[in-house]
Design a protein around this ligand. Structure first.
Ligand SMILES: [Zn+2]
Length: 142
């Protein structure tokens, strides 16, 4: 299931006709099926976490945060490795402080895995790629 970056709808992408790029069934925007992380607003975050048909990994970050920038490519690779099976969101802490305080997040980067609308695990602070990768495998796909 691939999340439409435009409207947030999850789309099941089957075999598309030769040469046809996948598009969103609801808004007809072209669908990014790479698994790359998607930037979300507070509103889109709430909606996605509550309704996602696949596990959701959220990277709470900010542009001024050095460790967040180091974690960025690791999260990007994780999303691409699990394209279609995991939705990876990036929430800029500066734009949505109410979401972080609602979840009790006081430091970034923080990574949270949600399944069925509920938090199942979280990690705060920069972790080596193999540790993050294993954590996602153990929590999102258990
Ligand atoms: Zn759409």
């Amino acid at each position: 299931m691939h999340r439409c970056a435009q409207c947030g709808t999850f789309n099941r992408v089957g075999a598309s006709p030769a040469g046809a790029a996948p598009i969103c069934g609801r808004c007809k925007a072209s669908l990014d099926t790479s698994g790359a992380p998607q930037d979300v607003t507070a509103e889109a975050f709430d909606k996605t976490v509550a309704g996602a048909p696949v596990p959701v990994l959220v990277d709470f970050w900010a542009p001024w945060c050095g460790p967040c920038r180091v974690a960025g490519p690791i999260i990007d690779a994780l999303g691409r490795a699990h394209a279609g099976q995991l939705a990876v969101l990036k929430l800029n802490a500066d734009t949505a402080p109410q979401v972080l305080s609602g979840l009790g997040i006081s430091g970034i980067p923080t990574f949270v895995v949600f399944k069925g609308g509920r938090e199942v695990s979280r990690k705060t602070g920069l972790l080596p790629a193999p540790v993050l990768t294993k954590w996602v495998a153990d929590t999102a796909f258990r």
